[in-house]
Design a protein around this ligand. Structure first.
Ligand code: ADP
Ligand code: MG
Ligand code: MG
Length: 936
């Protein structure tokens, strides 16, 4: 019989931390904590398979489920020594908690205090000796159950929450501010009023039967997997919809039984900075979500728990360290203290900023907790870019005093215009993708995700370092200041007031997520600590602890990676910066950028009617280009430099405005009509597929000749200064070996002439960009000539998918929303399609020239998933913009480490381990007989 229910608790635990896919993250870790002897209230997990079954079968459960749940409930009763629905003795209450494989903070629903009704509440009051507590639980239960299971939550921001309204009225009437100050009689009235509201809105009575309540809650949790905000969340973080959620049913423990009780959340290291030491929030005499909901301002664990509850603090600190050592990672822990007894309710690997990820990982290696390999593997490669982002410091802050200070919840510096409504923020962003937005809210909820996503920074007036706003912005890598109590927000008036000053929607403010400071107006930013050391040299490494962590991680990455990393750079300054960030060469220099600096000469060339005129116009350009290349060669100090010959259509370089055309005609001594005519001639309907790339050099060989000459003369000149030089001359947009041969001939002739004259011959290569499907399919032929391939994946994506990058904006969002494309193919390589073409090109290229140099120079060269793919298919290097280099280095190391692990696994299975096809049985003895095609 299929097992759908897994129990956990001190009397026996079926699951463990490895079973996340089946039990969800929460369930698997509850089981693990129970297994290692931590105090976990007993419970059971209904597996994700039931969720899958539920959606595949019209919201029905597998027939075996009911009996398994009933058995597991009996087991809880036994361990806890209480009975569910007991009318005579202290009744067992349970919570019903969602839990997917990956945590999705606040996305799905939890119901606490299940099992209460008009009878059990009386028993609970009598036997606990605390009437207020019992009715507080009941009040919360009816409210949560009504919201989650009976669908009474407000549907939009402007809708009223019937329960919150009644609660507010009651507090007003009772003259109290906090929920906890309501008297039993108030709570009793509230429960009645809540139930009446349920009856009025749903037409049904509130369910009294405890088991019916459980099934209602279980159904609601499974149902919440497909609610709108959960779907949006999964799309944002690339979590598959098929995974499903598990449901955990667990005995309740109570943080709201009095002042010797508490509930809290904690991190074992700071989630924003990574600093060692427990940080977190707690509330005395409170239950569950009060801490994260931002209703009451929580206290800081690190500041006062040791004074409020010294014994529990000590025990908690020990448990937290035990968990961190056990999982060997920063833990995010939820706990409750019931009458001085500590209970663990959740642990998971903490979400963290890029700063915290790097700091904690490097520290843990230095503490001997993990290996460098583990440190590298666990940092999302993209996160490291956070360490390079601008900050507020020094000159920018001169003369500025903060208007308020909150909790520094998500590091980063952000300046923007105030928006109070997330949907308006999103609309502003849709109108202008460069709009700078600071989302200002009392607190954020999962409904606000879309608005948070487009904001540059987030500012809230309530909630601590574990609030929703803090958690989510940390994960999104956004600057966030939360719990900034000095600001008073009025949503209706669309204002925020600080002291005497009032800010309106649209006013500019700046938030510093490092310090928690909020500033009026726009504060100019300065380079990050890392770049102050590497680029500006205004900081010494020894004074820059963040830089030290960064550098440590990068040096470990370089130790493991097999892929080379190069940069796309067009001038000496970029080249210098790239070297500082680890570039081992240049993978793409675009020569057209240089032409813009000498645009008039270049325009003359374009407008020339005869070869002779063109050559005359090209002569000064040669000198300019040579100087530019010399600068780059000098900066690169002997590292290889790939230079692409002219690529864009000439139309891009000529003036299109009347006045400019007249000016140019004057300069050239010709009639404006002639300029106009020529510009018109150059117009193309589809320039991307028009007269560009090698097609230019083929029709105008003098351009290729000039460029090749400039490159070779520059190389010679630099070598004569004693600097080594390795130019790689790259022909763009080749689809046919005949095109390649045509251009190669011109290049080699020019090179030979230069070198002969100079008496120096640098090591140089001639190769091609691979950016057309035809080039991939005929790569064996092209490789007979080309000494290297560099995949131009921007164009290869355009030509491979038949999608124009300039025009896909009109449908890509719909494609993403409908999950037709899982990623934007211009950001993350379409591995199946475009990647498939690359594989063909690699295979065929190597078959014709075994030592062919292979690289990638499209935007994808700095995208982690694409970098990993490039490693897999055996490229020699990736090339990306300078600031993406750290990402590429880290991702390349991750790819190598994954490969090593996979090899070891294949070996363990009895294979040779040398290739993915070999699962043993190929008869290879590493690998002389290898029939799997891996050739050793
Ligand atoms: P989320 O996934 O949104 O964090 P949880 O299922 O973790 O939701 O529940 C939220 C909070 O409810 C927990 O942090 C805990 O404080 C409280 N809670 C859940 N189950 C129990 C329980 N059995 N006893 C006491 N408190 C609980
Ligand atoms: Mg939780
Ligand atoms: Mg291209």
């Amino acid at each position: 019989m299929a097992k759908y229910v897994y129990s956990f608790g001190k009397d026996g635990t079926d699951g463990d931390a490895t079973m996340k896919n089946l039990l969800g993250g929460k369930g698997a870790n509850l089981a693990e904590m129970a297994k290692i002897g931590l105090p976990v209230p007993s419970g059971f997990t209904i597996t994700t398979e039931v969720c899958t079954y539920f959606y595949a079968n019209g919201n029905q459960y597998p027939p075996e489920l009911e009996a398994q749940v009933n058995d597991a409930m009996v087991a809880i009763e036994k361990t806890m020594g209480k009975k569910f629905g007991d009318n005579k003795d202290l009744p067992l209450l349970v919570s019903c908690r969602s839990g997917a494989r990956e945590s999705m903070p606040g996305m799905m629903d939890t119901v606490l205090n299940i099992g209460l009704n008009d009878k059990t509440v009386d028993v609970l009051a009598k036997k606990s000796g605390d009437e207020r507590f019992a009715w507080d639980c009941y009040r919360r239960f009816v409210q949560m159950y009504g919201g989650v299971v009976l669908d009474m939550k407000p549907k939009s921001k402007t809708d009223h929450d019937p329960f919150e309204e009644l609660l507010e009225k009651k507090k007003e009437k009772a003259g109290v501010k906090e929920d906890a100050d309501l008297k039993p009689e108030h709570l009793k009235e509230l429960v009645k009023e809540f139930k009446a509201a349920v009856k009025k809105q749903t037409g049904k009575d509130f369910p009294d039967d405890p088991m019916e309540q459980v099934w209602g809650a279980v159904g609601a949790v499974f149902g919440s997997w497909m609610n709108d905000r959960a779907i949006v969340y999964r799309r944002m973080y690339g979590i598959p919809h098929e995974w499903g959620t598990a449901v955990n049913v667990q005995a309740m423990v109570f943080g709201n039984m009095g002042n010797d009780c508490a509930t809290g959340v904690a991190l074992t290291r700071n989630g924003a900075t990574g600093e060692k030491g427990i940080t977190g929030d707690y509330l005395i005499n409170a239950q569950g979500e009060d801490v994260v909901a931002g209703i009451r301002m929580p206290k800081k664990i690190e500041e006062s728990l040791n004074k409020d509850m010294p014994v529990c603090w000590k025990q908690f600190a020990e448990v937290a360290m035990k968990l961190e050592n056990h999982y060997k990672d920063v833990q995010d822990i939820e706990f409750t203290i019931e009458r001085q007894n500590l209970w663990m309710l959740q642990t998971r690997n903490a979400k963290r900023t890029g700063f915290a990820a790097v700091r904690a990982a490097v520290d843990m290696v230095n503490e001997g907790l993990i290996t460098p390999e583990q440190a590298i593997a666990r940092i999302p490669a993209n996160d490291i870019t956070q360490l390079l982002q601008p900050v507020f410091s020094g000159a920018g802050l001169k003369g500025k005093t903060p208007i308020a200070k909150g909790i520094n919840a998500g590091p980063g510096a952000a300046t923007g215009q105030i928006h109070f409504q997330p949907d308006e923020a999103e609309a502003a962003w849709q109108k202008d993708n460069n709009a700078k937005i600071i989302l200002v809210r009392m607190e954020t909820t999962p409904e606000d995700l879309r608005g948070m996503k487009v904001a540059n920074g987030i500012l809230t007036s309530r909630g601590g370092a574990a609030s929703h706003a803090a958690l989510v912005s940390r994960q999104m890598g956004k600057a966030c200041v939360c719990g900034c109590e000095a600001i008073a927000i009025d949503y209706k008036a669309e204002t925020m007031t600080v002291g005497k000053e009032t800010f309106k929607k649209g006013d500019w403010i700046s938030v510093d997520g490092f310090t928690g400071n909020v500033y009026k107006g726009e504060v100019p930013t300065s380079p990050s600590e890392v770049l102050q050391v590497l680029f500006e040299k205004s900081l010494k490494p020894k004074d820059a602890p963040l830089y030290q962590c960064f550098q440590q991680l990068m040096s470990w990455s370089d130790r493991f990676r097999k892929l080379g990393v190069r940069t796309n750079a067009d001038n000496p300054k970029e080249s210098d910066q790239a070297i500082a960030l680890g570039a081992e060469g240049i993978g793409l220099t675009r020569t057209e950028h240089m032409f813009f600096d000498h645009i008039d000469d270049f325009r003359k060339m374009i407008l020339s009617e005869t070869v002779a005129d063109r050559e005359k116009a090209l002569a000064p350009l040669l000198g300019h280009q040579q100087k530019d290349f010399e600068g780059i060669f000098r900066a690169m100090k002997g590292r290889p430099v790939t230079i692409r010959l002219l690529d864009p259509p000439l139309h891009e370089f000529v003036p299109h405005e009347d006045k400019e055309q007249t000016d140019l005609a004057k300069k050239m001594g010709i009639k404006p009509e002639e300029v106009k005519r020529r510009v018109k001639e150059l117009h193309e309907f589809n320039p991307m597929l028009g007269h560009r790339g090698c097609r230019l050099g083929i029709v105008y060989p003098e351009i290729t000749r000039m460029q090749a000459t400039a490159i070779c003369q520059a190389a010679v000149a630099v070598m004569k200064e004693g600097i080594d030089c390795h130019p790689e001359i790259m022909i763009p947009l080749v689809g046919n070996i005949t095109e390649y041969r045509n251009q190669e001939k011109i290049i080699r002739e020019a090179a030979t002439a230069v070198f002969k004259k100079a008496g120096v011959t640098p090591d140089y290569l001639v190769g091609t960009m691979i950016e057309l499907p035809r080039a991939c399919v005929t790569a064996d032929k092209i490789a007979e000539g080309a000494e290297f391939f560099s995949f131009g994946t921007n164009d290869l994506t355009q030509t491979g998918l038949g999608i124009s990058r300039d025009d896909y904006g009109t449908f890509i969002n719909e494609y993403r929303e409908m999950d037709i494309f899982s990623d934007d193919p211009f950001q993350t390589l379409d591995q199946e399609g475009v990647g498939g073409l690359m594989k063909i090109a690699v295979e065929k290229g190597k078959s014709a020239r075994s030592d062919i140099k292979l690289g990638i120079c499209g935007e994808h060269g700095g995208d982690p998933a694409s970098v990993k793919f490039c490693h897999k298919i055996g490229l020699n290097y990736v090339s990306c913009s300078p600031l993406r280099l750290p990402v590429a280095r880290l991702a390349a190391a991750q790819a190598a480490i994954t490969e090593k692990k996979e090899k070891a696994a294949r070996k363990a299975e009895g294979g040779c381990g040398c290739c993915a096809n070999c699962k043993g049985g190929c008869g290879c003895k590493c690998c002389s007989n290898c029939k799997c095609g891996c050739k050793g």
